[in-house]
Structures are given as C-alpha cells and as structure tokens.
Design a protein around this ligand. Sequence first.
Ligand code: F0G
Length: 952
Amino acid sequence: MVNAPTRYAEALLTGMLGTFGLDIEYVRAEKNSLYYLDDTGAEVPVLDLIGGWGSLMLGHNHPEIVAYAKELLDAGWPVHSQHSAHPVADQVGAVLNGVLGREFPGAEPYAITFANSGAEAVEAAVKHCEFDRVLRMKALFEEIEWNVDVALRAVAEGTAALPVDVSLLPGDVPAPTDAEEFGALLGAVAAHNMARAGTGPVFFALERAFHGKLVGSLQFTFNPLFRAAFASLGQPVRFVPPNDAEAFESAVAEQRVSVLDVQVLDGRVTLVERDFPVVAGLIVEPIQGEGGIHELTAEYAARIREICAEVECPVVVDEIQSGMGRTGKFFASSHIGLLADYFVLGKSLGGGIGKTSALLVRQSRYRPEFELVHSSTFAKDGFSTAIALRTLELLEAHDGAAYERAAERGERILGMLRELAAAFPDVVADVRGKGLLIGLEFADQSQASSPVIREKALAGLLVFQLGSYLQAAHQIRTGPTASVPNMLRIEPSIYISDEQIEQLGGGLTEVCTILRNQDALPLVQVLTGAAEDAPRADIRDFRPAAAEESAPAEPAAAKVGFVGYPLTPDMLREFDPSLADLDDERLFAYARRSELLKDLPAFAPVRFDSPQGTSVDLTVYPLLVTQAQLREYQVSGQTFLIGLDLDRRVRAAKADGCDTVGLGFGLGAVSGHGGALRVPGITVTTGGALAVGSALAAVRPAAAERFGGLDGTTVAVVGGGGHLGSALGAISALEAAKIVLVGSGRSGSAERLRAAERRIYQEAWERIAAGGALTGIPAALSVEPLIVRWLAEGRGGDEPSGAQIAAYLDDAYDINPFVVVTDDLLSVRNAQVVFSAHSSPVSVLDEKHLGDGAVIADLSFFGTGSEASSVASRGDLRYVRGGILSASNRGILPRGLGASQGAGELLAGVAEAVTLGLSGKSGSMGNGLITRERVHAIVDLAKQHGFETIST
Ligand code: F0G
C-alpha cells in the first residue's frame, strides 16, 4: 500500500471518520449512489442517504443540470457580472413567487436576496430583521418628535390644554402648570424615551433549532456543543420550546418595552404609551432537521403568527433543509399554513451543482435600502442563479411531479421504517419524518449489555458505529444528527428506487437484530480490515441472563479506580463475549482502529470485602489501546499522548470519588510511574511494589527446591534498568552472588542499567554499614579493601556510595564479579534465576538464552510479552508467574481484567490499588522508588486484606 498523503484538511475529523471506516474516497456520483474503487480498481456503489446534507433533492449530478452547466460554461456565460442587470436572478424570484402564490394563495410578492450558503442567507435574514427594527424605531421616534412639535405649538397657540395626567412618566413628576414646566416635562419624556432606545434587539428561536454555524447564525443554533464556545461573539438569542405557544407568548410579553408619545387628544396634551420595537424576529424551521426531525403543528404556526403580528415581529421560516419540495410541497411550511414574512432557502436550490441560497422577504416588510448596506461578492452570480433556475424548472415540471414523487417515496420509506419499528419495539424508539426528510431513532443503548455497544452509546457515537456497519456490510451511507445522538438521518433524492429502499430495509433489519441480540461482532468485524470473510455470518444472541451484571446495591465506603487496557485478545473477548469468534489479529486491528476513541466509559464497580471488615468498590476505567501501541508511543517519544488519556481517566476516577487509582501493566512505563500525571489529591499506583514482592515470593520456593535458596546464585534481570527490574536486582543482590542486569540496547538503556548497578552497591553498602550478618553481594563486597577502609573510617550507611564502589570495582577487576551490565541476552544463560521484567510487547527470551534447570519468573506473563511459550519446550526449566496475587476474598473479578489468569487471581496493580483502598492507606504508600521496605510493607498489607502471593 502506498503511504497516504499527509492530511491537511480536517485531519482530526477525517481521522475520526477513519476509526469507523467512513474515510472513504469517492470518485464518482450519480443519482443516489457514490462510487469508490475497491482494491481491484472496480467501482463499488454506495447508496447515499445523506444526500449532501439534504442538498440533493434531484440526486447527484442530475444529467440535465450537468448538461446545462456545461452549456453555460461552453457558451462563456458570465459568472461574474456584479453591478449589472441580472434577469436570471429575477426569473428565479419569479418562479419562487409563482410557487408561493400556489402554496399560499393570496400571498403578496416577495423580494429575493441571494447568498452563497444556508448560514449566509440566515444571517442576511437576521440583518434584515434588525435593519427593519432600526428603521421602525427611527420612524417611531420621528413620529413622536412630530407629535411633540404639534403639541408645543398647540399649547403656545392656546388650542390645547396642558396635560393633567403624567403618571405614565415614572418618578412622581408633577403635572405642568405653565409653558416652562411643560417644556421641562417634554425634556423628561425625551430622556425617558432615550433611556429605552437601547433596548433590544431580542431574537427568538426554538430549542433544538439549527440555522447555521457562522458567527451570527450560530447564535440561533440551539446545540450548546456548537454554540457555547462562541456565545460571547454574538447577540444572545432567546430559545423557546417548539409547539408551546404560551411559552412564546409570555417570553414576548416579558420583552415588551414602551416609550411615551405626546399627543393632542380632545383638546388636551396627553401622554400615550407606544410599543417600542424590541423583538426583532422569530426564526423557525417548519420541520427541524438537524435537531432530530420534529414538525411544528398548524395550531402553533397560527399562534406564533398572531403573537408576532402584535409586536410587528417578522416570522422567519428557515426552509433551507425542509424546502425545495423535500416534504412533498415546495415549502414544508405550507403543510401547516405558516406564511412567513421571510423565507430562507439553500441546499437543493443549487441543484447539487451550484452553491447558492436565497432570502425571500414579503414586499410589505421589505426594506429596499437593505440592498445598499448588504452585499456579498459571490452572491447572485451568473452561474449559480442559472443553475438554480434550471433546478426550479425541473422541480416544477409536469405539474410538480417531483413533489409528488418526494411524498410517495417518503411514504414508502416511512412505511418500511414503521414496520421495522413494529418488529423491533425494543430497539427502535421512533420513526419520524415527512417526505424525504426522515429520522430513525434508536432506543438508548447506554445500559446495553454488550460493552462495545454500550461504550459507543455512552460516548454519543452509536450511530457512527451503526453507520459504519451499514456502510461496510450493506453499502449504505446514512447521516447522523449531531443533536440527537441515537438518530440516523435519511435524506435521499426523489430517485430512490424500490430496490434501494429494500436494501435499506435489509441493512436496518440487521442493525436492529444486532442491537436486540447485543452481538457486537458484526460491528467490530467490519472494522478489522477483513470485511469479507467474517468468522461467522449469523447474528447470535448475547443477551445476558437477567441476574448477571448487577452492581453492588449500596456503594462501599471507599472507592478505588483502575486504568487498564486489554493486554491480550482474550481480555477483549472477555470484555465483550460476542467478540469471541474474532481471531487475535482482528481484535487487535479493531483496537488499533479505535485508537482515537480509546476513551471508553467506566465499567460498573466490583465490590471487594476484606477479612478486616472493610469494603471497597473497584471501578475499571478502560483504555482501548494495544500493548504494541503503547510501545510505539514510548519509542517515538510521544508518551504525552497516552499521558493525556491517562490523565483524563485518573481525573474521572477522582471525580467519581476514588482516592486511589491503579495503572495497568505498562502504563507505568508511559507515565513516569504515575509521576507524570498531574492530578492532585489522588494516589496513583502502578502496583510495582506488590508486583516485585509477588515475583520474589513466586521464585523463592522454586529456588529453594533447586538451589537451596537465592544464596550464592546468579540472578539475571531482563529489563534490569526498569522500575521493577532495578528493584528486583537490588533486593536479590542481598542474597545472590551475582546479578546480571540486561537492557534493551536502545538509547538511554545503558544509563538506566548503570543507575541500577549503582543502586545495588549503594544498598549493599547500607547493609554492610548497618552491621550484622551478611549474605549475597554485601557479604562479598564487605571484604574489598575500599569497604574495609570505609568501615574503619566509620563512614555512614546513608552516604552516597554507589558510584564510588562502581568506580573502585572498575579499577580493581577486569571483569566485575558482582554485577554484569549488558544488552546481550546470552548472558542470561549463566543465571540460575531469571526475572523477566521488560516492557516489550513481544517476548524476548527463548530457550537458547536459558541455562540448564533455571527458574524463570515472568512478570509479563499476562501480556503479549509473555515468555511462557519460549520456555515450554524445555522440561528442565521452571517457569513461575510474577506480578500476580490470589484474591481469596473475591470470586468475581472485573470483566476484561481476569482473563489469562486463573480463577480468583488478580494482577498486582489491581490488588495494590484495592489493598490501599481497603486499608485506608492511600497516599502513604504508592509511588516512588520500589524499596525492599515498601515491598515488604505492601505484601504484608495485601495479606491482611486477603491477597496472597502465589508461587506457580
Ligand atoms: N438552516 C438549516 C435548517 C440547516 O439545516 C442548515 C444546515 C443551515 C441552515 C445552514 O446551512 O450549512 O449551508 O450554512 N444544515 C446541515 C445539517 C449542516 O446538518 O443539517 P449551511
């Protein structure tokens, strides 16, 4: 495969689409099909139900529109002739006015303003609303000014009496008794009016609305996901619930502000309240599209017209998605008799080729001066307007056959979906829509028993997962609605065929069966890069028996978290049993592909009870990465990337009330053993001390049996420079005759091994200085002249001495008799006892590296780095597992953590976190260097709380 070019255009988004196999490069489009090329170069059609987010009423590349576009270009048709006459634009206006007259009999003419996109046309509408309000405000003040003049003159001429009731003016102003006081009163009225002149504008929109994402239009889009970050950039919009006329009415009433007019009535100057235009506009979609396919009712439509009329507020109807005939009528609003002051059109107006949109404003509300203050270079261009005109002609042809077809096709699809909903009432929550604007809402899956399904639902990505399956298994493209995470949006063109509707029905039936049966395998299978040969073709029933998976009734007093990832394919299978038939390679392919979505939600807590009477709830915060990926982060120096994920997980644990969180195998290595995480107030442990303790405990009986103990043996530590390895080396050195520290040879490894070597000397010296009986390396070192001299000088055990001893030994010996530092695995051959404590995702030892009768303690036995198979062929070897404990106090272990271990066995990382929780010792133990004292302390503590080291 050739390398994909670096992504510059929406790399993140395309990457996320890729995790669902949706980053497909389409090369051709026609009617309802998009085509991509398969590996053999053959075209594969995909049924496109996204339809350019609803801009393809006439399908992709309608032949007549394409032919017309070519004709225009061939003829040298002027695309840009700004500042000239545009008869084609007028013709578009004429056709639209004809449609308006038909669908809203008696409607007055509408002026048309072109724009380039839906959001731009919405913003033009918003601007026009405000322009209109400003002009209404100006007219009102001019009228009041005129009336004041008239009143002044009438008082001067004696034809009108002074006002007697001035109570409308706040602040106990006395009624005027002479011309001077009347002048002062008029001044107070003017000040009062000026103070109110700054009120507004107030715009109204509906909850769940979608009107675009530009700075202005975004304020009218309800979903806070899109709007929140930019709220301070624009005029706040008041959102009211759809189809609740009372709510709108009282919201409008709240906004009402009046100013004072001064009129001569019946020969007396009188103060009169006038409504000040505060409310600038109400914008609605007759059928909410992006917000989840919700229709407005005819009653609501009638009421909002009345309420708006009362305050002269224009009603803006956004038909960008619902219009152009998609719902069976050109204007969806005509189904409910909602005649707008402004209509906004977009999407299909461009016929799938042009990019254009339009604002229509009722003549009696149109402000021609708007044309002098609003413009857009590309708007009303020659090409797009001509294409729009041809599109309208096609739609209007044959007495609107296209609209009839939209209604008929829509009914057919809706009929199929309603049957589906009847067959799967447990899975389908709702089917909504009109014509070819359709939504299929699935039931909430956030409590699903399949973790794959549940986690996607919790992440709000269920429809992406289902869409990915429809795409890969059924060649169907469906759209999500960002505002309704469980909904598939279906917006085909009028050319969708019966066969294609059947194809959709077939695909959706399978999707429903998958959800009903909680069988995630088909969903995962298509993302493993081998869609063709699935391990099984049937969808099986994985619904749990009723009693399974019940969470602890009362939460325990203490909570601990554990961040883990599936170390083995078995763990993934245990995580979601429906995946059992997928082979290792595919499971890992899935995990790898899901990389960007590794942020899975937490599992249900599992209770641990201590023999000491305490209890703790353990919650697993899973991380969907593979061991190989972790390794890649490490090798490429990108550990901060996984660090960010870990950090989020640890913060989540803290927010859930955990005081301790354990990190799974290998996560210590990419997080500075938790030290790189900056989450205050929570103890992070990698379980290293207990892993070391359990590995030593596992080795002792075998070593005793074979060599009479560790005394006098050579101990090799593979990964000897690591966090665990250096501790194993230093602790073993107190008994063994010789330590072989083996590193990977990669950069930094030699330094780490040297540091581990110095640690051995330092701790040996501490031992010697402390006095008492000595064994192992301290015993042998104690007779070296340097040490004898130090003892004579009374040097303290805590003085830094490791480096000096190392330098001394370098001088004194050609070959260091105590510690060997190497990257040559063959040196392991000389050891009787071998600890394998590396962090490689693959095993590193094989039989040629191991001496006769050696004992091997494997600290990565549960990962893909396990040495078990390498030593299997050698009957003389003794293999024991390190880093594992038996949990006598708990039979059921958290899902996805128990696999590859025996029943009742737990990884040290989990056991240490639980022990800290049960003992209430969080914070006092945990991170830092793994010392012998810490190892003993945690092993003891674990034992008190029911965890035993094991030696098999
Ligand atoms: N109004 C409505 C009702 C829309 O559905 C959209 C876009 C817009 C305005 C903005 O149009 O994208 O051309 O600026 N809806 C798309 C959707 C994005 O997901 O339904 P635009």
